[in-house]
Write a protein that binds this ligand. Sequence first.
Ligand SMILES: NC(=O)c1ccc[n+]([C@@H]2O[C@H](COP(=O)([O-])OP(=O)(O)OC[C@H]3O[C@@H](n4cnc5c(N)ncnc54)[C@H](OP(=O)(O)O)[C@@H]3O)[C@@H](O)[C@H]2O)c1
Length: 339
Amino acid sequence: MSTTTEDDGTGAPPVRWGIIGAGYIARLVGEDIAASPASAVTAVAARSLGRAQDLAGHLGAPRAYGSYEELVLDPDVDVVYVTTIHPGHHAATLLALRAGKHVLVEKPIAMTARESREMLETAAAADLLCVEAMWLRLNPAVVRAQEIIAAGEIGRVRGIVADSSHVFPYDPAGRLFDPALGGGILLDGGVYLAALAWLLLGRPDEVAATATLAETSVDAAVAMWWGYADGRFAQLTASSISEAGSQAVVVGTEGWIRLAAPLYRTEELTVANAAGSRDESHPLPAGNGYGLQVAEIERCVRSGLRESPALPAAATSGVMEVLDEVRRQIGVLPPADPA
Ligand SMILES: NC(=O)c1ccc[n+]([C@@H]2O[C@H](COP(=O)([O-])OP(=O)(O)OC[C@H]3O[C@@H](n4cnc5c(N)ncnc54)[C@H](OP(=O)(O)O)[C@@H]3O)[C@@H](O)[C@H]2O)c1
């Protein structure tokens, strides 16, 4: 794999990326960045230089750093992509913003709404981008579902029933189960459900939640009910200990739309109403599927936008406020972060 530096046809120089963290998602999204004609991966940083060198070599990035601090000082980096485990997002993002870099940060943007607010406010004050990598909002099947809704094919939207579940082997020291590593399924698969409900329904008027906790006291399974004063609803379940379909159904007064599993990277939908039902296929871009997210950041950087219209800060911080409330109700929100 080599990072692309040839002209992308616009005559504009490539957007130059630095990647913080060299783990699972850094490699997948890094490959899609490197494959984009409008981008180049300049540098990779990891806590260990060897890991940074491995990923930099794989992506064809010319530089590797053994600390995040060194990467944000690199003058040839325009955008820092923060890929650490969730508890590292806040510090790495502030580090990059304070060094004058735009930021794309993995989901969830942070551990809490308070952290998220500080990151977004810092970016706004510095006239920089800070975008959460909530790629579900750019997903072609999700965009198509919004068009189908707008065309009135399922009548008025009454609610959404959505699930994100997959059995993960219990590992008390793993990032899904260790509280110190940001454990809990709500902030992992659950954030996609919240982002989808926010996208289709907006801020809820009431939230109720219950959870099954793992031995490590993080949420292993969580059920949320979002209520709206006009009677709409979101019924959302996320689990690391059971399988429940990992799909979403948008419920309308005259029909429904199903977004197929796995919801976080859905590519098929079914629409059903009195006229019958049909299936549609809306594949993610080639590569690892993250190309639309890469393109959105390229577009924002090149056009001088300081917020992505498709990945707006208000939705990011609104979702975090709801997740804080859910975590308060299920007893996993640290006392320092009351909702
Ligand atoms: N968009 C998506 O489809 C998607 C998919 C998976 C994950 N994610 C998100 O991406 C983020 C990373 O997930 P991942 O699966 O890539 O995680 P990962 O590979 O387990 O870890 C990512 C990086 O976090 C740092 N890290 C790991 N353990 C640490 C520890 N104990 N203390 C401090 N830092 C540690 C490491 O950075 P160094 O390399 O610097 O050591 C590691 O490379 C999460 O926030 C997750 O929600 C997104």
